[in-house]
Design a protein. Structure first.
Length: 156
């Protein structure tokens, strides 16, 4: 099995960030105006607002991504996670998620939230495995029918 490497987003990754996310969104749903804005300008909508983006590479090829949007001083939103269909099943999504969680812990975040759709069974299964639990739904995405939250451990 090829090794999946997680790296920090660079401006040269924008085309992959957009194409990977656009692919799955258009397969299952539709692009909303917020999707277009974030995918075309991640520096403005994610990075400059205190967030972070990670990319997954396999054999030098970008195969996945996940973004963390800063919601408040101590809460991040887990967003724009996508893995190329040809590379699903090699735990790239899980590695991206774990890198994102570790980043949030390093920033002393108290929680990570996410919005998804229950028809995305593999994604929901992964989130539950990582400790996310369902909370009351709110949010800006029309396609979302579930909100989940991961409470991070505070240092004792």
């Amino acid at each position: 099995m090829a090794e999946v490497k997680i790296i920090v987003y660079q401006a040269s990754h924008q085309k992959y960030f957009e194409s990977l996310n656009r692919s799955w969104i258009e397969k299952f749903f539709w692009m909303e105006p917020i999707d277009v804005a974030v995918l075309q300008n991640p520096d403005t909508h994610i990075l400059q607002k205190g967030g972070q983006i990670f990319m997954a590479e396999c054999d030098g090829q970008v195969i996945g991504t996940v973004a963390l949007k800063a919601v408040s001083e101590n809460i991040f939103e887990f967003t724009k996670m996508a893995v190329d269909e040809k590379f699903q099943g090699i735990k790239a999504g899980e590695k991206l998620a774990l890198a994102a969680i570790q980043y949030c812990q390093s920033k002393k975040a108290r929680a990570i939230i996410l919005y998804s759709n229950t028809k995305l069974i593999p994604a929901i299964t992964l989130y539950r495995k990582l400790g996310f639990a369902e909370v009351p739904l709110d949010g800006i995405y029309e396609r979302s029918d579930i909100k989940m939250e991961l409470t991070l451990e505070e240092d004792v």
